[in-house]
Structures are given as C-alpha cells and as structure tokens.
Write a new protein. Structure first.
Length: 181
C-alpha cells in the first residue's frame, strides 16, 4: 500500500512538472516571435558614400593611403592606412576600434583566394596620433576619427573592405580600395 501511494505521488509530481514546462515553452515561443518582429523593423544598413551603419554605430571611410615598402624603418610589407570616423548612436560603449572591427574586415585578392589582411604598424607620427584614439569611448551622438593600418600582400591587387553586421551575420556590402595608381 505504501509503495502504491509513493508511486502515485511521484507520478503526480512528474506530470505537474511536465505540464509546467509546456507552459514555459509557449511563453518563450511568444516572446521569440515578438523579438523577431522587432528585428524585422530595424534598418538593415548598406554601404552608401563609403559609410555604413549597423546596431547604432556608423563608420565612414574618409581616405586611404599606401605606404610603399621601405618607406618606414622595420617595415616588412607595404602598408594600407585607412582613416575613418565612428559615430555612436547607440546606448553601448563604443570605441573607434570596436566600431571598425564590428563592421569591417580587410581582404586582398591573391591567385587562389581572398586573403584576410593582418594589422600593421606605422611609425609615422601623424598616423600614430590618430591611431592613439583607438580606445577612446565615444559619447552617444558624438563622432571620433581614427585610423587602422593593414599589411598588404602585394602592390597590385585590390583590397576589399567587407562590411558585415556581426550581430545578425548580414552582409552590408564592400568598399574597393585600388592599390595601383
């Protein structure tokens, strides 16, 4: 008799727990649908006039410069310097470097692939002065300029600055930087 009562008690507890999970699943399903609707209403940024915006952060490429091999001490490859501005329209902490890396990756065509470019270093004082702003926190509604330096794989092939929204994995376009003049 005791065993029967215990079995019935256990079954009641298990059934109650299972029923509770289904209600939670329904609640989660409804909240996911609401979130999906909110996401659909958000603007999907695309590159226009060398500017792209994603997640409340706008990045604008201002100018590019090539530093040929041998122009700077300790230089092992030609360098591409990209000057850009980042505007923070979000409620997040944004720096020029996080704004850039959250949107852009640099690639250069090679014979069989597009090679992701490595970050380079320039000893030029003017370039260093701009680069020193990389970790400044940009206030909401404000814009800060900075730069980034990449090591080029060669002196001829185009560099592609591919923009992607890292939060939604959405391609936003690309900017072509001609290396040959």
């Amino acid at each position: 008799m005791r065993k029967l009562a215990m079995m019935i008690s256990i079954m009641i507890i298990l059934l109650a727990a299972c029923g509770n999970k289904e209600e939670n699943k329904e609640e989660n399903k409804d909240s996911n649908q609401l979130d999906a609707k909110k996401v659909e209403k958000k603007k999907i940024g695309k590159i226009h006039n060398n500017t792209v915006e994603a997640n409340g952060v706008r990045v604008k490429v201002i100018k590019t410069e090539i530093i040929p091999l041998g122009k700077e001490e300790f230089q092992k490859k030609p360098l591409l310097v990209i000057n850009y501005e980042v505007t923070n329209n979000s409620d997040r902490e944004v720096t020029p470097s996080s704004g850039w890396y959250d949107i852009f990756q640099a690639y250069q065509d090679s014979e069989n692939s597009q090679k992701m470019l490595n970050i380079g270093v320039s000893m030029n004082e003017e370039i260093q002065k701009e680069w020193d702003k990389q970790n400044d926190i940009i206030k909401k509604g404000s814009t800060v300029s900075s730069n980034i330096v990449y090591e080029l794989e060669n002196n001829t092939n185009v560099v592609l600055l591919k923009a992607k929204n890292i939060y939604t994995n959405t391609d936003l376009g690309e900017i072509k930087v001609n290396i040959k003049k």
